[in-house]
Design a protein around this ligand. Sequence first.
Ligand SMILES: [Zn+2]
Length: 122
Amino acid sequence: MLLNTLSTVEKKLNEIDFLDINKIDVFLDTFKHYKKDNIVYPGVFIRNLGISSTAVYRILYELSNIGILEINYEIFCEECNHFRGIIYRSIASIPDDLICDNCNKEITILDYVVVFRMLVDV
Ligand SMILES: [Zn+2]
C-alpha cells in the first residue's frame, strides 16, 4: 500500500476517534497488507483489535466514504451458516435465483453480509 494512502487512513482514524493510539497502530499494521481488489473481512479487525463489530464496521464504512474501500456483498445462507464465496459489488448485481450449494435452500438477495473491497493501488 502506498505510504500516502496509509497516512490518509491514519488521519481519518484520528479524526473519527474510535481508537486509541495503540489500536490505531494495530489497525494500520493490519490494513497495510491489503492490495487493490483484496476483500477486507471485518472479522480480521475485530479479532486483531479486540473491539466490537459495530466499531469495526463504522471505521470501514468511514474508509468507504473517502474512496479507500468499497462496500461489497457476500451471500450467506442463514439456514446452514454457509458462505457462497462469491463477492458482489452491488446489491443490484446479486442474481435473484440463487440456491445454497450446501443445503439447497433458496437464497434471497437479502441473504448477504457486507464485506469491503480495497479500491486503492499498492
Ligand atoms: Zn444453506
